[in-house]
Design a protein around this ligand. Structure first.
Ligand code: NAD
Length: 314
């Protein structure tokens, strides 16, 4: 039985990844200090082949058993978290990535780092291909996250080129689904929470900025395909269907049947104006493309988030 180690395995994406890897017959070691994740996300994984280790990966850590693949997801990921934890975010991207990739090197494991579309910053190329180098403000408030991920990508390629570690880089675009935290500040859980509570739905700016939203099940499929491929260069994984935030909020209004009105608030600093992945590489290299349309994914998020009364989203 192959063993996969997932850093950040008690988070939103990590818990779905652990679940899918287990269902595919892997032993899974989840490494997570619960900084932004929770035991509730992994409580259902009661399986002798699943273990959770509570360590902070910014310090060296060791696992006393063979490991075949490392999925390195640990990092604050929502703006609310990385603005609250700026130094921790930089340390996770630097020391944390050194430690995770060092473990993969020692175990001779395949290493995959969860990078982000934020490496493209406020892009001047649209849609974003992997060959675009980005347009990032290193000293703005979001720089702690964007530059930590850019450093982590550079580190990953250096370990690959100099030390021969078998590495992969996934550039994840906005992903949503069950187990997102309702107060994590990202658009979809915020809109859903506000719609369900019939509170005003807050849109930053005039809502004309665009995002592309990928359902978590599609994303996890893409990540596992990439890890199981031999690819070393970055691959975008995300849904190329592009919506303005105003359109996304109106879809949420429609499918929830809420009476909540839309209100407009000032744009955050360095908020990207457009965001859409070019997924040609993922299609060609991995035979991957997303299957779940936004409306269907939102309905599933609501259905799978609680007991029918949507408590998981509130
Ligand atoms: P999340 O906050 O739900 O999960 C991150 C997990 O990492 C949490 O469980 C947290 O406790 C853990 N963690 C943080 N610091 C740690 C440390 N020092 N030691 C051990 N564990 C630590 O976020 P997520 O949305 O699941 O994101 C997971 C990864 O995917 C992140 O690397 C993020 O940058 C990347 N990503 C996510 C998205 C998205 O749309 N969700 C988009 C782009 C990239």
């Amino acid at each position: 039985m192959p063993t996969a180690l997932v850093t950040g395995g008690a988070g939103f994406l990590g818990s779905h990844l652990c679940e899918t890897l287990l269902s595919r017959g892997n032993r899974v070691i989840c490494v997570d200090n619960l900084e932004t994740g929770s035991l509730a996300n992994i409580a259902h994984l009661r399986d002798p082949d699943f273990v959770h280790i509570n360590v902070d990966i910014t310090s060296p850590f060791f696992v006393d058993e063979p490991v075949d693949s490392v999925y390195h997801l640990a990092s604050p990921a929502s703006p609310i978290d990385y603005l609250r934890l700026p130094l921790h975010t930089l340390k996770v991207g630097s020391y944390g990535t050194h430690n995770a990739i060092g473990l993969a090197k020692h175990k001779r494991a395949r290493f995959l780092i969860a990078s982000t579309s934020e490496v493209y910053g406020d892009p001047k190329e649209h849609p974003q291909t992997e060959s675009y180098w980005g347009h990032v403000n290193p000293i703005g408030p979001r720089g702690v996250y964007d530059e930590a991920k850019r450093y982590a990508e550079a580190l990953t390629m250096a370990y690959h080129r100099q030390q021969g570690v078998d590495t992969a880089i996934v550039r994840i675009f906005n992903t949503y689904g069950p187990r997102m935290r309702p107060h994590d500040g990202r658009a979809i859980p915020t809109f859903l929470r506000q719609a369900i509570l019939e509170q005003p739905i807050t849109i930053f700016g005039d809502g004309s900025q665009t995002r592309s939203f990928c359902f978590v099940e599609d994303l996890i499929d893409g990540i596992i395909r990439l890890s199981e491929s031999g690819e070393h260069n970055p691959v975008n994984i995300g849904n190329p269907d592009e919506f303005t935030l105003l359109e996304a909020a109106q879809i949420v209004q429609r499918i929830t049947g809420t009476k909540a009105e839309l209100i407009f608030e000032p744009l955050p600093t360095d908020d990207p104006q457009v965001r859409r992945p070019d997924i040609t590489r993922a299609r060609e290299l991995l035979g991957w493309e997303p299957k779940v349309a936004l409306e269907d994914g939102l309905r599933r998020t609501i259905e799978e988030s609680g007991d029918g009364r949507l408590t998981g989203l509130l």
